[in-house]
Design a protein around this ligand. Structure first.
Ligand SMILES: Nc1ncnc2c1ncn2[C@@H]1O[C@H](COP(=O)(O)OP(=O)(O)OP(=O)(O)O)[C@@H](O)[C@H]1O
Length: 277
């Protein structure tokens, strides 16, 4: 037996042992003289809500675009379940199981909730011929939409209701529910509560928590600090094109977080206990 076999083995903390769902290393994106992403790192663990915060122009959107295939980085790498991926379009990212909910609601108001849930992924009846003839299986879409919404405890009377009859929060809820239905790996949400009132914003936060609790990790870009602190497991602070700090919202105050974001507190001056691991 070798000496090493006698060494005590300290198992890593359970959350550290979990593999990363998504990781970005050293991402760079330049537009002429402007560096939108300047060597950014990012990581996402299974089943967590990772908030991404940063001042205007910090480069949050650019980072998210790189992770969702809407932008091709000049340098760096993105790993999904530990494997390098090279997204050239948002469809590439969707095919890899990454769904994005954009700030400007991507719902079709005149269509029903069920149709919106299946928008671009309609179910057809009658096999290959039915698909060729575009025989949409409305009944199955309605049943599956109802089941899915029930699973998320989304209280809506009828899935055949046109989305234009819903409140802003409910519409955003439909967009979130659609992302949750099709995402295999990651849901990215860009300011999902920005245009909503207090009650509706809370409803969408609840829905995001349910998505997380069903095991899907969520990346949440938000300027709304109370929302971030209410819902995030970890906070990625983006500043000047890169990750400035990874914070633990259970340990750091909202005021200090904002100071890190604006540069009033240098990340290296933070005490170790407020950093997220
Ligand atoms: N297509 C582009 N062409 C030129 N410059 C760009 C482009 N996209 C982003 N930038 C620049 O890159 C920097 C980061 O922009 P980005 O939109 O990613 O920041 P942000 O943190 O999302 O800002 P905001 O919160 O205001 O949306 C800014 O200086 C921006 O002007």
């Amino acid at each position: 037996m070798t000496a090493a076999a006698h060494l005590p083995v300290t198992p890593p903390a359970p959350h550290l042992a979990r593999p990363l769902v998504m990781q970005a290393r050293g991402l760079v994106k330049r537009y002429g003289h402007v560096t939108a992403i300047g060597g950014a790192d990012f990581e996402l663990r299974p089943g967590e809500i990772m908030a991404v915060i940063g001042d205007n122009g910090a480069g949050k959107s650019s980072l998210i675009k790189a992770l969702s295939g809407a932008l091709i980085p000049d340098e760096g790498e993105i790993l999904l379940d530990g494997q390098p991926v090279h997204f050239r379009t948002p469809s590439d990212a969707r095919r890899a199981g990454i769904e994005t909910v954009y700030q400007d609601l991507a719902v079709a108001p005149a269509m029903t909730i069920a149709e919106n849930l299946f928008l671009g992924r309609e179910l057809y009846r009658g096999g290959a011929l039915g698909r060729a003839l575009k025989l949409i299986d409305r009944r199955r879409m309605l049943t599956e939409a109802t089941e899915h919404m029930k699973g998320l405890q989304f209280a809506i009377k009828s899935m055949s209701q046109p989305v234009e009859t819903l409140s802003g929060g409910q519409r955003q809820g439909v967009a979130v529910a659609r992302a949750a239905a099709f995402a295999q790996h990651v849901v990215i949400m860009d300011e999902p509560t920005a245009a909503l009132g207090v009650r509706e914003g809370n409803m969408v936060l609840d829905l995001i928590r349910k998505v997380r609790d069903r095991g899907l990790p969520v990346i949440l870009i938000s300027h709304n600090m109370p929302h971030v602190f209410e819902i995030a497991d970890r906070i990625h602070v983006h500043r000047m094109g890169r990750r400035a700090a990874l914070l633990n919202p259970q340990k750091i105050s909202m005021a200090d977080t904002v100071s890190v974001m604006t540069g009033a507190i240098r990340p290296e001056d933070l005490s170790a206990d407020v950093l997220a691991h």
